[in-house]
Design a protein around this ligand. Sequence first.
Ligand SMILES: Cc1cc2nc3c(=O)[nH]c(=O)nc-3n(C[C@H](O)[C@H](O)[C@H](O)COP(=O)(O)OP(=O)(O)OC[C@H]3O[C@@H](n4cnc5c(N)ncnc54)[C@H](O)[C@@H]3O)c2cc1C
Length: 501
Amino acid sequence: MIKTEVLVVGAGIAGLTSAAILSKLGFSVTLIESHTQSGGCAGTFKRKNYVFDVGATQVAGLEKGGIHSKIFDFLDIKIPDATILDPACIVDLKDGSSPIPIWYKKNDWIAEREIQFPGSRKFWELCSYIHQSNWTFANKYPVLPINNFWDFSQLLRALAPSNLVTGILLKSTVFDLLRICGLSRNERLINFLNLQLKLYSQEDVYNTAALYGSTVLQMCQQPHGLWHMNKSMQSLSEGLEDSLNKTGAHIFFGQEVNSIIFDSQAKFWKVFVKSKNSYLEYQANDIVYTPPPQSLLKHLKDLLSKEQSYKNRLTTLPAPSGALVFYSALKKKHIKRISSNHYQFVSNELGSLFVSISKEGDGRAPKGEITLIASLFTKAKDWFDLEKKEYIEKKKEYLEKISFELESQFNIASDNWLHKELATPLGFKKWTNRPNGIVGGLGQNPDIFGLFGLSSRTPFQGLWLCGDSIYPGEGTAGVSQSALMVSRQILASKGIYNFNL
Ligand SMILES: Cc1cc2nc3c(=O)[nH]c(=O)nc-3n(C[C@H](O)[C@H](O)[C@H](O)COP(=O)(O)OP(=O)(O)OC[C@H]3O[C@@H](n4cnc5c(N)ncnc54)[C@H](O)[C@@H]3O)c2cc1C
């Protein structure tokens, strides 16, 4: 039996970040991870001579004042080497019109928007106003949704007059903003927004909360921007692991949580863990739980049977998407027509494909070669209901379909691939232990976003949720914000009220 003040479950970015903050603040912290390495959906794997980013391929929040950057500064560790993406992405709607580069420089993007979507200026200005109001709010570290008086006090402290104005839009969608601006029939703009919003909110223009959508639509531009990690995405996790090692936290890999119970007499949590051939028990005052909240249905069976309404809430969470990810490599000279690291394009059969191409010499492929990763959403459950033979055939079929789409999009000859393989939701389940291999967080529609989402505070004192299903949502920057929020809540529960970055 191992005792610790705080036990963090999961060494994805949410778990690493919350563990690093709490350990730096002097708590005794133990972090346990079922995989043999850290990073979760933002990890990497090696194949032959290549390094592939498993899921996340671009990072927000590395600029000065961005969330990763603030946390790395607080931890006193070096911000990983990264370059700004300009353009962040080139979006090809495949409607016969020219592709849309999403520029980093604000003026370039404003000029591009005018050309691509004439008459849309009011919409972008409205988004920008909402975003600035959101940003001022987020920088004062609100706690959402509110669940007790301290959370409420943090919300009040963060509110500015502009939030009261934008608060009117709490239940509106991005489509409502288009309607206000007289653009509800602008098909091209709607197609573009559908593609981009789906990437960041898992919802389309009709269902993405206006307050959330307005912010994600501004993340590619100054003063924010999206970043390409040199070397690999793993450097984000490595930095956080360095901090944990410096502050004396314990990290254990290959340890999978089986069940969690509360010892009401001794007043501490007991966590039962499977590790290779043995079983371990941890005791902790607080648990930061970062797997998807749906996993609690398995890990917290006994306690949930006494909290039926919370159990119902977890059982009825909308089903998140799964992903198909195509990992490939080829010689740089064999890929034509590229001028960006990221592309998004539409395929009639497959829907939206998001493509990430490594920079030559960034450490992901040998000289003269590059890696190319393409991802698309899929219904996670569909992949689990198949016989083995059917599954293998379906996987092969999708590998070929995706190769074909990429070959015609980038003018690649079919014998130019040096490597190609596909990950399905089964692969994601194995890699991240997420139920059914679900990825991202909960769809950011007005019924889930912010105030109406799942709280990091559970009905069980000392059991905290953190990660991409918790405010403010998915992405490495989002889960870092949720890690900071949960750390502040834990401090406040111990009577320390004034911690901010
Ligand atoms: C294909 C794809 C593309 C993406 N692209 C981007 C992008 O470009 N930019 C971006 O910012 N974000 C992107 N994301 C989203 C981003 O990767 C995630 O939102 C974020 O990394 C989630 O971090 P997390 O720590 O909340 O969860 P995870 O990364 O899922 O971490 C949870 C950890 O908990 C561990 N765990 C689970 N169950 C147990 C257990 N029982 N016991 C012990 N450990 C356990 C897992 O192994 C995992 O390491 C992408 C995601 C995917 C899948």
